[in-house]
Design a protein around this ligand. Structure first.
Ligand code: SAH
Length: 233
């Protein structure tokens, strides 16, 4: 069964966007995953096709209406749809590789892209939306965040990446940042490829990579080290 993504957005033209190219694009053509981008505005009920209104209690900006969003969600994801319903949101749980793996193993995702100040809390509660953040910064809309999430998921779908092993050795998969990479030429502007990597000794190479990964993680992301798996030799 293929992974089915439904994206609710005011800018369906942004999809598939970057996901129409390269690995994700080929997988989309091959039917490994599917993508429908649904225009939220089509579910507005008034003559002006209004999707937002001023915030209750006052303040700047506009808020996306619960009733319009609920209709859009119910249209693409009627009760019984097994797919998780995600709301891209800076207030959400930060996206992790573990969550990306879970999503990739499931039937798909319904992804709501916010705009303006955000969405009415009542639709988040009423439709059980899981708020997902892609980092501690503010985008102008949820669309780039949805593209990021889908990119991370799609590359894990069976058959998408030629070399499945490389997926498992990447940063975060074992709780560590990845070791540095080198390729030819042997010398670049006076800098050599580390000797160990051309030694042909696989045990030494594995040890060196593990040590470099730990060093990098300690320097840049000590928070990850606590969760890192014990050294397996
Ligand atoms: N006023 C909001 C920010 C709204 S930004 C706040 O302070 O929390 C507009 C929309 O962009 C959001 O509804 C969300 O869908 C999206 N967005 C912005 N930053 C994001 C992030 N870091 N991760 C995921 N989505 C984000």
């Amino acid at each position: 069964m293929s992974f089915a993504a439904s994206v609710l957005t005011l800018y369906p033209e942004m999809f598939p966007g970057a996901l129409g190219l390269s690995l994700a694009g080929r997988a989309l053509e091959a039917g490994t995953w599917s993508l429908e981008a649904v225009q939220i505005r089509d579910f507005a009920t008034d003559r002006h096709r209004t999707v937002d209104d001023t915030p209750a209690g006052g303040g700047a900006g506009m808020v996306m209406r619960a009733d319009v969003l609920a209709k859009a969600i119910d249209h693409v994801s009627p009760p019984g749809d097994a797919r998780p319903r995600l709301l891209m949101s800076p207030r959400g749980k930060p996206l992790t590789q573990a969550r990306v793996r879970e999503l990739a193993a499931g039937p798909g995702a319904v992804i709501l892209c916010g705009r303006f100040e955000g969405v009415d809390q009542r639709v988040i509660d009423a439709r059980g939306l899981e708020e997902v953040s892609i980092g501690d910064f503010i985008l102008s809309g949820g669309e780039p965040a949805a593209l990021v999430l889908l990119d991370a998921v799609v590359r894990l779908l069976p058959g998408v990446m030629g070399n499945a092993v490389s997926g498992e050795e990447e940063s975060f998969e074992n709780g560590l940042l990845e070791h540095p990479h080198y390729t030819r030429p042997q010398e670049f502007e006076g800098r050599q490829i580390p000797d160990v990597l051309i030694s042909g000794n696989h045990k030494k190479i594995a040890d060196w990579r593990r040590a470099e990964a730990e060093k990098l993680t300690r320097e840049r992301r000590p928070d990850l080290l606590a969760a890192a798996q014990p050294l397996t030799k």
